[in-house]
Design a protein around this ligand. Sequence first.
Ligand SMILES: Nc1ncnc2c1ncn2[C@@H]1O[C@H](COP(=O)(O)O)[C@@H](OP(=O)(O)O)[C@H]1O
Ligand SMILES: [Mg+2]
Ligand SMILES: [Mg+2]
Ligand SMILES: [Mg+2]
Length: 356
Amino acid sequence: MAGIYAKELEVAQLAVQRASQLTKRVFHEKAKGTVSKDDKSPVTIGDFGAQALIIAALQANFPGDEIVAEEESAQLRADAPLRDQIWELVRTTQLDNVAAEGLLGGVVPDADAMLDIIDKGNSAGGARGRIWAIDPIDGTKGFLRGGQYAVCLALMVDGDVKVGVLGCPNLPVDDAAPLTAGIGANQTDDDGRGVIFSAVLGQGATSRPLGTGALLDGKKIAMKPVDELSSATFCESVESGHSNQSESAQIGQKLGITKPSVRMDSQAKYGSIARGAGDIYLRLPTSKTYQEKIWDHAAGELIVREAGGQVTDTTGSRLDFSVGRTLASNRGVVAAPAAIHGQVLTAVQEVLGQKE
Ligand SMILES: Nc1ncnc2c1ncn2[C@@H]1O[C@H](COP(=O)(O)O)[C@@H](OP(=O)(O)O)[C@H]1O
Ligand SMILES: [Mg+2]
Ligand SMILES: [Mg+2]
Ligand SMILES: [Mg+2]
């Protein structure tokens, strides 16, 4: 039965699959064409190329939709060699499935068209209409370090996330493979790796092997029931600048969790807890001013909720994707199975309350 948003889901999965093929090529190269953005964060030819391929696919299918994407082309317009490197990747990355490649609209006409396509991701977001959120590489620092990263795409309608897709090239295909401390470093996308997580609001969440052609069969995923909170696995960012790791350690202690946190980059954390490979994801603000970006959370948040989880910020409010390009009304993220989310949130608030 083709459900509501069936076409959006299919196009989104194929677009993420194709963009992941591009990022995988760059992942294996020593020189990843890294440049520094205004905020000093890194961006690579993989980020720009993946964004171009995803937007091209969306425009071929949903030309009236708005797009909020992380990257913009300004730096490439001032750097022809960098632009050409990206164009070469974009021009030569296709799905081996001809029908799927056709559905995505085929090859972008030329390098200038590619720059314009990248800039189609400049929507201001908001509470009205159909808006896609794209993070072409989430966890760019992990991507550069050889850790986890994710290609992320979500559709919001009137400010609500309806469809979410995450491509995680370096995660094991096996949903049952538990998170271990090593999963955030020295990763590969060799055989047995690469998974797409997807969800449609009200229709549950699935995982399927990433593959390179027609979409492979998906399996329903669900969060693992946590009988004993003390044996739960919690995950957080590798980057101490992105999430306060000393507070999360105190929260873990309060909950009686003895295992150290699993640190991994990107929304691979959301996908991993959604399939029960881990249990809790904490993202604790490191500054009073930083606003989380909608593309860093939209897909993962839906996937976790559709797998039986609850996701709030540290004040207990649902994440509000309707207020623009950032989650301006939220602070941090607390994601856990619905049955224990309240307990986790209480511990979070006790620890954060101490520093007020
Ligand atoms: N001070 C900060 N606090 C929280 N998140 C931050 C941050 N500075 C950057 N980020 C975001 O953290 C994301 C990565 O998350 P994680 O640490 O979980 O891997 C980055 O996404 P990109 O890698 O797409 O730029 C970036 O948007
Ligand atoms: Mg970035
Ligand atoms: Mg990101
Ligand atoms: Mg990114």
